[in-house]
Design a binder for this molecule. Sequence first.
Ligand SMILES: Cc1cc2nc3c(=O)[nH]c(=O)nc-3n(C[C@H](O)[C@H](O)[C@H](O)COP(=O)(O)OP(=O)(O)OC[C@H]3O[C@@H](n4cnc5c(N)ncnc54)[C@H](O)[C@@H]3O)c2cc1C
Length: 474
Amino acid sequence: MSETQATTAIIWFRNDLRLSDNAALLKACQHQNVVPIYVFDENAARKLGAAKRLWLHFALKELILNLRAMGTELILRAGDEKTVLINVIEQCNAKAVYWNRRYEPDAIATDKELKSTLKNQNITVESFSGHLLHEPTQLTTKSGTPFRVFTPFWKTLDSTIEVQAPYPAPTSIPQVPNELDSLNLAELKLLPTNPDWSGGILDRFTPGESAAYTILDAYLQNDVANYKEQRDFPALDATSKLSPYLTFGEISPRQIWHASENVSGAQPFRRQLAWRDFSYHLLFHNPGLEEVNFNNAFDGFQWDKNDELLQIWQKGQTGYPIVDAGMRELWQTGYMHNRVRMIVASFLTKHLLIDWREGEKWFWDTLVDADPANNTAGWQWVAGSGADASPYYRIFNPIIQGKKFDEDGEYVKTYLPELKDLDAKYIHAPWETPDDVLKSISLELGKDYPKPIIDHSFARNRALQVYDQMKQAA
Ligand SMILES: Cc1cc2nc3c(=O)[nH]c(=O)nc-3n(C[C@H](O)[C@H](O)[C@H](O)COP(=O)(O)OP(=O)(O)OC[C@H]3O[C@@H](n4cnc5c(N)ncnc54)[C@H](O)[C@@H]3O)c2cc1C
């Protein structure tokens, strides 16, 4: 442990809303005074979606309490990140600023600019890793280029990267040096009002660092052994649901990696965690991926600009139960199971031929785990335009997917109560139900639940044709 420096340091919290495994915080604690700050930038290049704003409120609430338990206060400010930070540095006469790295192109640009401005003013600036298992510059293929395919990426990561052991939380945090203005959390206006739709999300999740550790412990003890066999079945609570905590940094991937190291059956789960690093690796080496096709053969693709169909998909009214259940799970709870994310994304891009960017935007606004790298990579993977993407001819059949992964319709019935009395035999293709059966359960298709908005075989053939044309033109 190095000697305490008789100066003030700022720890700038961003997507690392935790006290444990926070290298920047530990470094700041080597100063006599520490100013913990969070800046909410309403006009950031990519505004937070509504579901993430809600989550942020509660994640900050816990961070404030955890810091208070250590005898200090989080300084909350709003505005342009650079301007606010420079202001606070002047107000508290800070001599050093520490942060954990971000990897989205806009954030990298902001951080670089700040670093050079502050260094010119003789202020120490140091950044640390903590959001990923590895730094995106650390791994290359044998020919020295960034990876484009997951399996070799994973093999290299697993065999060559020594993932840093998590750092402990500080035992104490030095005081803020003088009175600094801070907003109240409520003044950030992160919570929905009129209507307040937060109930569905808060019934399902408890944001915050301590909840993340509780979930991880329970998951590793009780569930991870069945991950490989059960992770594709949405009715089973078989995945960790740690994604929103990772996105906000209430837990770090290193903590998950090390906690799961010697746990029997955990390797498939750790492999999945590495997909997250792969998404960041792609984004880092291909900035702009949330807008630009990874495979530029898709640049001339003729997407159908159809707002009416887009809204039907968003509301979960397509008439395909597994698609509609997923979209309603998302709307109600801010989350959707991974298998179902693939099904609904395939439906939008291949059945409806609607641009993957429209789906990505909707997920961005409604997911509590909306992540700049994972969301983009997920959408591009399903659309076929991404790295290591699902081939263009892979068009998920929503009926077969439903029968395979939700055989009894348990998941579908959770989110589509209007189908609760429908026999499992018909649950994934209600239009095939004989009239007398529909009558006996008082279910009228087209009124209580929609008829399919498009015929599956027609949609499949049309998608194949359009994708073929694109390939020939490329
Ligand atoms: C169209 C589409 C959009 C997606 N958007 C997002 C998003 O915005 N944010 C997000 O975190 N994930 C996204 N994913 C990936 C995946 O669906 C979620 O990470 C997963 O469902 C989260 O649930 P979990 O925490 O229970 O995952 P678990 O199965 O428990 O996995 C543990 C962790 O590994 C990571 N992980 C798991 N699967 C993937 C994957 N396929 N790609 C990248 N990382 C993965 C996540 O960080 C996850 O929390 C998307 C997938 C698709 C197909």
